[in-house]
Design a protein around this ligand. Structure first.
Ligand SMILES: [Zn+2]
Length: 434
């Protein structure tokens, strides 16, 4: 920018920056396709090193300092499946704050029902199809193009820009953002503003997410010959009694709990529970006929999503009470309830700088007010908030939330370009401290 130009927000026109991004359409498509073609399926965590290296090599050519971090000892890490992360940092010529864009590089399993090859990254009209296009390699590519364009356009920015590609978001983020936050890399005081380009739609700012409690219930019985079940005690029937109480008591109760958090879609403004799995009896693990046994164990995994207004102890007690009542009233009912995993809800305040600037940029680029939302599921913001101690983090990126993890997932190319402009303008204003 030359010295005659004014730098206040009102008077700065970023037309040239936006045009630069528009002109990189083909490069954006190519980058997205290249990322999608690396099948980083998690679990087990395939090709993390290839993907991290690809991103690191590109940013190194753009004068980013690139560091790789293998999250050794975290769940799933092995020499065969290293939990590899990349963090690239661009130091600008003047001192200032750090704006960090964090994307997870892992994608979920392919599943059934695809019309497109999930890893061919087919471009059809304005869409790129493939596993991870929407969640979230499209967002990663948009942030890379946005920051490269910003750095080409303005050579005298203050502060620093970081782009990270991290592992394992889909399985909890312990080998990714949690690890980096614990190491102080994705934590205050090293970083100041974080944007996670998860697919929340290009006109929305996602402030945070609901809480999660995963637990396992096991019921017990007594084994006997299947022709004389009256001599045994069926653990599956005991679990059926649990299900019955859930239908009568728990599901209706959850329907009455509604949050003031702006969670989308609307159904997720209520407390929810998913019965993730039930398994009872001996799994003999072969294709032949089963042996006639009364099952003596049955196991249920449940996934309870809770609201910022709920206390996690109350959430747990609600289930425990149902089980305790069965233990009192149902003959020979024995159970165990085990915690598997929990995440407290998090929500960045609406007056945080990153919320303000991204909202203003959405208004400027898209010509309408940003919608403030909260995600139904958690994502890596939890680690940045809790371990990294930064309450200035949002999710913002292209891609339609409902398409995440679906067959024939796609990302719209125009949405990527629009959100890249929003990211570039937001980063500019955050760096300038406007
Ligand atoms: Zn994601």
């Amino acid at each position: 920018m030359n010295s005659q130009e004014q730098t206040s927000r009102e008077q700065t026109s970023h037309e040239s920056l936006f045009k630069r991004i528009t002109n990189k359409r083909d490069e954006l498509i190519e980058l997205t396709c290249d990322l999608v073609k690396i099948p980083t399926i998690n679990p087990p965590g395939e090709y993390y090193t290839d993907c991290a290296q690809f991103l690191g090599d590109r940013l190194a050519r753009r004068n980013f300092q690139v560091e790789y971090y293998r999250a050794q000892g975290t769940p799933g890490d092995s020499d065969q499946y290293p939990r590899m992360n990349v963090v690239a940092r661009h130091e600008n010529p003047k001192p200032g704050t750090c704006v960090h864009f964090n994307s997870h590089i892992d994608v979920v399993a392919v599943g059934l029902g695809w019309q497109h090859d999930p890893f061919a990254a087919e471009v059809v009209g304005n869409r790129i199809y493939g596993r991870g296009t929407c969640d979230m390699k499209g967002g990663l590519a948009a942030s890379v193009i946005a920051m490269e364009s910003l750095l080409e356009e303005y050579s005298d920015l203050p502060g620093s820009i970081e782009i990270s590609g991290t592992a394992d978001e889909e399985t909890g983020g312990y080998g990714g953002v949690a690890y980096l936050a614990e190491k102080g890399i994705m934590a205050v005081p090293r970083i100041d503003h974080v944007i996670i380009p998860e697919p929340l739609n290009k006109d929305r700012v996602c402030l945070g997410h609901r809480g999660v409690w995963w637990a396992e219930i096991e019921t017990y019985g007594h084994m006997a010959h299947g022709s004389m079940p009256f001599l045994g005690d069926c653990a599956v029937r005991h679990m059926g009694a649990v299900m019955d109480q859930f239908e009568k008591i728990l599901f209706p109760s959850l329907k009455t709990k509604r949050t003031n958090m702006p969670v989308v879609p609307d159904g997720a403004r209520e407390s929810t529970i998913n019965i993730n799995s039930i398994h009872g009896g001996l799994d003999e693990g072969f294709d032949g006929l089963p042996s006639p046994l009364v099952p003596d164990t049955c196991r249920m995994v449940l996934d309870r999503r809770f609201l910022i207004e709920e206390d996690i102890d109350d959430v747990k007690n609600e289930i425990r009470q149902i089980l305790e009542e069965l233990a009192t009233n149902r003959p020979s009912f024995k159970y165990q309830l085990r915690d598997l995993f929990e995440v407290i809800p998090t929500m960045t305040p609406q007056n945080a700088p990153v919320v303000r600037e991204v909202s203003a940029a959405i208004q400027e680029i898209l010509g309408k007010p940003a919608e403030m939302v909260v995600s139904p599921g958690t994502y890596d913001q939890k680690h940045i908030a809790r371990i990294g101690k930064l309450n200035n983090c949002i999710a913002y990126g292209p891609g339609i939330l409902d398409l995440a993890h679906q067959p024939d997932e796609y990302v719209d190319i125009n949405d990527m370009l629009d959100s890249a402009k929003v990211m570039a303008l937001s980063a500019y204003n955050l760096l300038q401290g406007n």
